[in-house]
Design a protein around this ligand. Sequence first.
Ligand code: UDP
Length: 415
Amino acid sequence: MKETKGCRLLLIPLPLQGHINPMLQLAQILYSNGFSITIIHTSFNSLNPSNYPHFNFCCIKDGLSESSASNLLNLVVELNIRCVKPFKECLGKLLCDVSEEPIACLISDAMCYFTQDVATSFKLPRLVLRTGGASSFVAFAAFPYLRENGYFPIQESKLEDGVKELPPLRVKDLPMINTKEPEKYYELICNFVNKTKASLGVIWNTFEDLESLPLSTLSQQFSIPMFPIGPFHKYFPTNNTSSSSSLIPQDQNCISWLNKHKPKSVVYVSFGSVASITEAEFLEIAWGLVNSNYPFLWVVRPGLIGGHEWLGPLPNGFMENLEGRGYIVKWAPQQEILAHQAVGLFWTHNGWNSTLESICEGVPMICMPCFTDQKVNARYVSHVWRIGLQLENGMERGKIERTIRKMMEDDIERE
Ligand code: UDP
């Protein structure tokens, strides 16, 4: 039996790792403040209710397939179309259920913009959780302006130019993706921004001291309250709040490997749950890491390297020849790793969660953004907060080796 609490909150995450983690953390925060929690989740990347016995779960059948998931843009657009009907049915049932506590509101991931009209049709108040930073949201909210002022479509010859309305962003830092359907992406971003504006307020996994300027810009542009109550994972005493919401099991053995290393001596490398790299890039990274001579812990997620199951492209005996100086895992307990004293540098794709987790532990970053808000986050890390260096203009082992050495040696000098 679940303990009866005051009011019930309905939470719906976007079914991607970087969105599930903060939504489940928010659920945990709200639960510890006396609310009952019902998580509405899709059958795609379905959650495991047994990890959260104190929450209720409702699964909606989205009909999404693995093939829709191979393209991020399609996945999010499809999800926003296919979920309308099952979500309506689910809300209808939940709102009729008088055996549970009364429902106060819905908290929806901002990317699940379809929930706004459904919630309105039930007269259910809707708040939004934006799992990314406020700085990148300012750039998303500027899309119509950027189009009117000739920034879109992006022109190759202008990539290095500054966007004077959004300093310190350059055209190449705008939150774009590589797609053959730019109009579809533009529409998705406009929907996501407009349905956020239509909500009753935005909860942010960020904090005032970090993003005061973009937060105040957004407060002026949006006439709704902003709640920058992050970083969520720091509300809990445990080192790793994402383990129970992990879609892939986290390999804990790397912690014993880290325990054998000196403080700030290890380079941690991870590009998150969605980004992918080419075989050639993978090999440059591998050799750059080896040639830097620093120990490294590298997350190579199955699917990270286009066209390969896992470590296929590595030459035979590559890892063995390192005699323990390198450690590769499929998925790691990232928060625990970043908090570990042996880690001196994080080479990241700058997903917002990774960026925030690194900031919280004071770990400097090598930034290698792939798409969307990662590009804005990387620019802020390197040019506003000045806690990292961005690897730009292609990946080459010599450049990688020099960048790692510079970051690791600078860090030692700061000691
Ligand atoms: N993460 C993890 N293990 C890994 C890599 C990542 O637990 O090996 C977690 C990480 O701590 C973060 C999330 O997965 O909370 C990734 O989110 P982020 O926004 O950084 O990137 P995305 O995966 O959305 O691109």
